[in-house]
Design a protein around this ligand. Structure first.
Ligand code: GTP
Ligand code: SPV
Ligand code: MN
Length: 607
């Protein structure tokens, strides 16, 4: 396929390309066709530019390593804006600026910003091309690193242009590193503009502009900017859809019956791990549809159906090993882009937690510095804590066939969870959909390295969507609640809450990872309506004594007791914190949610 603009027929796209190139004045324009050949050519270009290091072909076929600017390593929430016409519509959890003011600022920054660079045009589909839940976007970027990552994370190229035809519409997603190249100027190995990073969503126009950062969620605009922030807005407009920070997994019981579960955990809190886990209990099988984002829609049958809008995994590297997540390790054995991990002497990658022993020989750290175990120097972080792999869904050994289904998969259960060292039990079920919305709205978690800021601090992260909701979060709670009024609750997924992260003196009380399959088994048995496996408590239904399958598991009974008991006193103080947090939504806080919290308090006081 031709890569020139003359191959484009779509009216909106032609106008978008024209307007973009007039503003940003690139040296040339390249329309991506999404072919394997194009991917290889761009990877070679990235190697030539010093942005990519090709890894050892015998050990990691078709794999590359990129090292970012040390200051451009994660999402930057303080630079992320929802620019709605009214500040109130962005709500208290988002940064806001008036659209006109933001556009003036961006236009100033973007004038001539692609000088000396190629402007890439990436037509992409989130979800199967032409599927009823899928949506189209076009990213314009001056970063070939972004192009190759988008080629893994979304469905890119000619088929999308064909789908758009002459009159089809799409969400325009403009990205620039804001690093114009003067004649003869030597390029940086990670072009960016740290002091001018703006990740901007215009919810009313369904438009995205992101400048200054080349990193993941800031720059791969199909991901968090489109598939969450803009898609939350589109989903509410549709009235029957949701866009969530959720994994999707298929789970088959020993009788061969299959169910689908989605789960929302905050960034770096275990979605990839749960989505790909190998069950430790005999006869149960888990397969992966997606590990980060779910688009959901009410089907003709009244059930909620889900697709994974992505086609790759942008997964956290540290902590991933053949022991903790063998399927993620296998997914990145080939055809993978690694960002900010360490390079070993034999041309392979390494990160903290991949193996007990640090590999022998010379290591190049994520900062590009040499280090070796026998150098006598103290070991620095060899990989950045938020280093990532970009791997293809097709290479996941436990990929679920449901991933390819145009209409998605029917969801039986939804799980919320966070990183909580105390108070929150291993698992419990909500009393109803609306009570489940209360659970989602009060997810709190210790912060991680996935966003720039101090890690390890407890913060509320409702629905694991704090940085990703494109409108007023109070209205988002209301929209979630409305599903119980609009649809038959019996057909909606059952809602659960989990916590793999309870601690005692710094030690995890629950072994987690593959053992989490035991919790999934209980959840499915609840969905099936199995009797006698739950006890009612003030916070919801917990596993009854002996109902959680612990066969062959070596966890002290006292530890299990701790993580399966409700501490009503601690929960009453939790209620106070939730009430205080909710109060920031003012008149946007739905009455039904206040009623759910009041009822929880009453039940706790009565216990
Ligand atoms: P994003 O891609 O940032 O949205 O993150 P994610 O939710 O997919 O997180 P991921 O599965 O990559 O997990 C991140 C961290 O949580 C890793 O360091 C894991 O080792 C750790 N983790 C995952 N599951 C468990 C578990 O069951 N128990 C414990 N203790 N740690 C876990
Ligand atoms: C997250 O931070 O939740 C991620 C990584 O999944 S990023 O795509 O950078 O947002
Ligand atoms: Mn995520």
């Amino acid at each position: 396929m031709a890569h020139s603009v003359s191959s484009v027929v779509n009216k909106q796209l032609l106008a978008y390309i024209k307007e973009s190139s007039e503003l940003m004045t690139p040296k040339d324009i390249y329309v991506c066709d999404g072919s394997a050949e194009e991917y290889h050519t761009l990877c070679e270009l990235l190697v030539k530019q010093g942005i990519f290091t090709k890894l050892n072909e015998a050990k990691r076929p078709n794999c590359y390593l990129a090292r970012s600017n040390p200051a451009d390593v994660a999402r930057v929430e303080k630079c992320t804006y929802i620019c709605s016409e009214k500040e109130e519509d962005a709500g208290p959890t988002n940064n806001w600026m008036a659209p006109a003011e933001m556009k003036a600022k961006l236009n100033g920054l973007m004038k001539g910003c692609m000088k000396g660079r190629t402007m890439y045009v990436i037509p992409f589909s989130m979800g199967p091309i032409g599927g009823p839940i899928s949506r189209v976007g076009v990213e314009i970027t001056d970063s070939p690193y972004v192009v190759v990552n988008m080629c893994i994370m979304a469905k890119v190229g000619k088929k999308v242009l064909d789908l758009l035809g002459v009159d089809g519409t799409f969400v325009p997603c403009t990205h620039s590193c804001l690093a114009p190249l003067e004649e003869g100027q030597k390029d940086s190995t990670w072009p960016c503009n740290i002091d001018n990073r703006y990740i901007v969503q215009f919810p009313e126009e369904h438009r995205i502009v992101s400048v200054g950062s080349g990193y993941g969620g800031n720059a791969l605009l199909g991901k968090k900017c489109y598939a969450l922030r803009i898609a939350t807005v589109l989903s509410r407009e549709a009235g029957d859809s949701l866009a969530e920070h959720m994994l999707i997994l298929g789970i088959t019981n020993p009788q061969g019956k299959k169910y689908y579960i989605t789960a929302a955990f905050p960034s770096a809190c275990g979605k990839t791990n749960l989505a790909m886990l190998n069950a430790t209990i005999p006869g149960w099988k888990i397969e992966c549809v997606g590990d980060d984002i779910a688009w959901l829609k009410i089907g003709k049958d009244g059930r909620l159906w889900a697709i994974n809008p992505e086609s790759g995994f942008f997964g956290v590297a540290p902590g991933t090993s053949y022991k903790s997540n063998p399927n993620a390790m296998k997914s990145c054995e080939k055809d993978t882009i690694f960002t900010n991990v360490a390079l070993t002497e034999d041309g392979d990658v390494w990160w903290e937690g991949m193996s007990k022993e640090v590999p022998k020989g010379k290591i190049i750290t994520w900062l590009g510095k040499e280090w070796s175990a026998d150098s006598g120097e103290p070991k620095p972080n060899l990989a950045h804590p938020n280093s990532r792999f970009t791997a293809r869904v097709e290479n996941c050994p436990v990929g679920d066939p449901g991933y390819y289904a145009l209409e998605g998969v029917p969801v039986s259960a939804m799980i919320f969870g966070g990183r909580r060292e105390n108070t929150v039990p291993l698992v419990f079920q909500s009393r109803s959909w609306k009570h489940g919305v209360l659970l989602g709205s009060s997810v709190a978690s210790e912060t991680t390295a996935a966003a720039e800021a101090a890690a390890g601090q407890l913060r509320f992260d409702p629905f694991a969507m704090l940085p990703f909701c494109g409108y007023n979060m109070g209205d988002y709670f209301g929209y979630w609640l409305s599903f119980a009024d609009k649809y038959d609750e019996a057909k909606l997924p059952k809602i659960f809450h989990v916590n793999w992260f309870r601690k005692d003196n710094g030690r995890f009380l629950w072994p987690g990872y593959g053992e989490n399959s035991r919790v999934l088994k209980w959840i499915i048995e609840r969905v099936e309506g199995k009797e006698g496996i739950a006890k009612e408590t003030p916070i919801g239904y917990l596993p009854a004594k002996g109902a959680l399958d612990l066969s062959g598991l070596d966890v002290p009974e006292a530890d299990m007791e701790k993580i399966l008991t409700v501490d009503c006193k601690a929960y009453l103080s939790e209620v106070e914190k939730i009430r205080q947090y909710h109060s920031k939504f003012g008149s946007h806080l739905p009455k039904d949610l206040i009623a759910e919290l009041d009822a929880l308090e009453q039940r706790l006081k009565a216990a």
